[in-house]
Design a binder for this molecule. Sequence first.
Ligand code: PMV
Length: 324
Amino acid sequence: MKTHTATAIAHPNIAFIKYWGNRNTALRLPHTNSISANLRDLHTCTKVTFRDDLTADTLHINDQPAEDGALKRVSLFLDLVRTLAGINSNAEVISSNNFPMGAGIASSAAAFSALALAGSAATGLSLDEKALSRLARRGSGSASRSIPAGYVEWQAGSDDADSYAVSIADENHWALADCVAIINASHKIIGSSLGHTIADTSPFQEVRLQTAPQRLDECRQAILQKDFERLATVTELDSTMMHSVMMTSNPALFYWEPASISVMKEIPLLRAKGLAVCYTLDAGANVHVFCEASSKQKVHKLLAEFPGVQSVIDSEVGGPARLV
Ligand code: PMV
């Protein structure tokens, strides 16, 4: 029996300027660029072993056999790896996360970037960052952004070959932290793959896409110049614009819970009092509160005492996906 194995670690990322809606669903080509930061203290660790004696792919997540839907998605992704490598073997995939899945903490970004790296390395392929980012994108669009280090921009591109993410500044460039106020840690009902397919049904999507280049420029400049106020303004605007599209699509998607809104109202007040904080929400109720890493404990404590916040998970900005 021939076995080929590799293990990789990748971080989830959280977007300041969001990806919502595809130009090409099958290839996961987005309408616009997006900008994010990797979350150092959260990770997925995935081991892939291709074995000639397996009759089908297998998947374990956090020591449990995965449900059929997740296995099917992973198997389809492994088909891309098998095609690239020219092999037919099935794979055993063992994955674990140190954070809740499917609750707006981008578990699919960490999952598919770790799977792209471990899967390709296990076949003996040595893909460069661009090729890995393109491959990860096929599993989950935002996974393309978890391949490079630190602060990352996914360039929408025009086809499969030029849609990939690059680092705009490494993880040591600016010491920020994300304090995630967990408001609902259960698995979300409508996943982002389905959400992307209905984004264009919102009458607000067109204006969101048309104005995205300005927000992308603003965000990139704010990161490069470490200008927190500029980052805060554009990040909160972009998050609310994405959620406006979600709430006005058909069917309508409401991810916010009452406690999410309470936190969103409080953050700009704290900022006005001089605390560098801003919020952003993905496809879930949890509120990601960015702050300077030096005020992480203070922000954590403030959020933990907030009514409706179940717990707070902190992370500073992290590096690239890597083999272990
Ligand atoms: O990569 P996906 O298909 O899980 O989509 C991610 C969508 C958001 O998290 C809501 C926004 C983003 O840019 O990460």
